[in-house]
Unconditional design. Structure first.
Length: 131
């Protein structure tokens, strides 16, 4: 699919749109290169097939154990971090509840004081000696 060239009059230049390349041929070249490398390595290997398989098996087992240990450590660390965050959130909520209770108590106290002052003012004005 050909795209027309774009001409920018202000810059006095021509642009060609960038076409997306297909990945299929590159993947096939990569896989082919791996197969060729494997074939060459097998032909020139100084060990027999049994020895190579044995060493690869040992390497895979060690790597598997290392990865498994690392994953266990990561899971434990994530679990500990989650507990720590949960504890901090719980503490913050408790502090927030306490502050809200104190604010509500203060507001209720001030409202009660204001109500009493208003009631006293009403009684004073309603008293017979009021001018």
């Amino acid at each position: 699919m050909d795209f027309p060239e774009v001409y920018d009059m202000e810059a006095n230049t021509q642009y060609r749109p960038v076409l997306q390349e297909r990945a299929g041929p590159k993947v096939m070249m990569f896989v082919g290169g791996m197969a060729l490398g494997y074939a060459i390595a097998t032909l020139f290997a100084p060990k027999s097939g049994r020895e190579i398989r044995s060493s690869l098996s040992g390497y895979a087992k060690n790597t598997s154990e290392n990865v498994s240990g690392a994953m266990r450590s990561a899971v434990n660390a994530a679990r500990d971090a989650g507990r720590s965050v949960s504890q901090r959130v719980s503490e913050a909520l408790d502090q927030g509840k306490e502050k809200a209770k104190q604010a509500a108590d203060t507001a209720a106290s001030k409202a009660g004081t204001s109500a009493r002052s208003a009631e006293e003012a009403v009684h004073e004005r309603a008293a017979p000696g009021y001018q």
